[in-house]
Design a protein around this ligand. Sequence first.
Ligand SMILES: Cc1cc2nc3c(=O)[nH]c(=O)nc-3n(C[C@H](O)[C@H](O)[C@H](O)COP(=O)(O)OP(=O)(O)OC[C@H]3O[C@@H](n4cnc5c(N)ncnc54)[C@H](O)[C@@H]3O)c2cc1C
Length: 385
Amino acid sequence: MSADDDAFREQVRTWLAEHLSSEWAHVRGAGGSGAGEEMREERFAWNRHLAEHGWTCLGWPEKYGGRGLSLTQQAIFHEEYARADGPELTNHLGENLLGPTLIEFGTDGQKDRFLPGIRTADELWCQGYSEPGAGSDLAAVSTRAVLEGDEWVVDGQKVWTSWAQDSDWIFVIARTEPGSKRHHGLSFLLVPMDQDGIEVRPIQQITGGNEFNEVFFSSARTPAEMIVGEPGDGWKVAMALLGFERGVSVLGQQVGFERELNDLIELARENGALDDPVLRDRLAAQSAEFEVMRVNAVRSLTEATPGADNVAKLVWAGWHKRLGELAMEVLGAGSLTAQGAEYDLDRWQNLFLFSRADTLYGGSDEIQRNILAERVLGLPKEARG
Ligand SMILES: Cc1cc2nc3c(=O)[nH]c(=O)nc-3n(C[C@H](O)[C@H](O)[C@H](O)COP(=O)(O)OP(=O)(O)OC[C@H]3O[C@@H](n4cnc5c(N)ncnc54)[C@H](O)[C@@H]3O)c2cc1C
């Protein structure tokens, strides 16, 4: 770390200490695994407050309203943000996925129209990739779009669409060449959510929340110029967007994990679970694994290793899921009954239930292993029907 980096860390720390007190103290720690619906409106406002003070889109080039910061400084921001107990951010899809994709592939008109609203966190986005018949096998999408005059007309269904209920726009992979197969003939479209042709139906999760949804398109419309890349370029653009998924916010995630781990050890100390030699052993192993994960995440900032992103996703998802399971054992029989107010689940029950999804979204464990096997280790490709 350079002297500049140290000064930057101090600046971030001071700003967060000042701004997460008094007026914004109530949002500290809100959101997170299984608690995405907590204080949503307040967190939108907090995200806009961050934007007003230049703390969003830190890695975007300055000419697009970003700060053009180095990877190290972005990581420092996320570390300090997690340490200060900053609430879960609400603009991940716009800021970290669609924004960089538009910067790389968008027209000047698309950049001018959308980047400012993403930067200020005034316009929210959701991701329309998965369908009932297309999850891991994304090339099987069947939602279709046809150009009629100066508009695309979209029909079909997406599923598991996180936060569609709050979003102003959705980016959609749709089949625009009738009769095309697999990853050919797809296009990447930007579609406004507020229209009669779109219906959002919430899906209730096991935690009781409705974070994700089904989204139905029945002759939904978007202007002809709302295509990113050329017709048929959809697969290329969609995959590039997934490449931005990891980003440096992973380091902030690690600090969040560390807090969960430390809080769980504290709980075990308080309720006597730490006296159980087996649980003690497992908590120690969980701590050791955390340290390996942390060192790897820091190393990935300076060293590009093939497959590092896939390894990181595999490792953190499994680790976090095991942390949830361990929390249930630390709680013992108490984990079986509602602990929160009005029969709500408590933090640990939410973590246990929600972390079941960690090994699925962002590419399941099996898909990560397939990628590592085929693209990194050069093993024979799996048979595909
Ligand atoms: C919390 C959460 C939020 C999400 N948010 C969004 C969102 O906002 N937008 C969006 O588009 N999608 C979203 N998703 C969907 C997510 O991308 C998919 O769940 C994921 O891609 C897996 O697809 P699937 O659910 O259809 O499962 P499937 O692809 O049907 O997989 C089922 C099981 O089969 C295994 N499997 C599949 N193919 C293979 C293979 N070739 N080899 C070995 N095993 C295989 C998988 O690993 C998995 O265990 C979200 C999912 C979750 C859980």
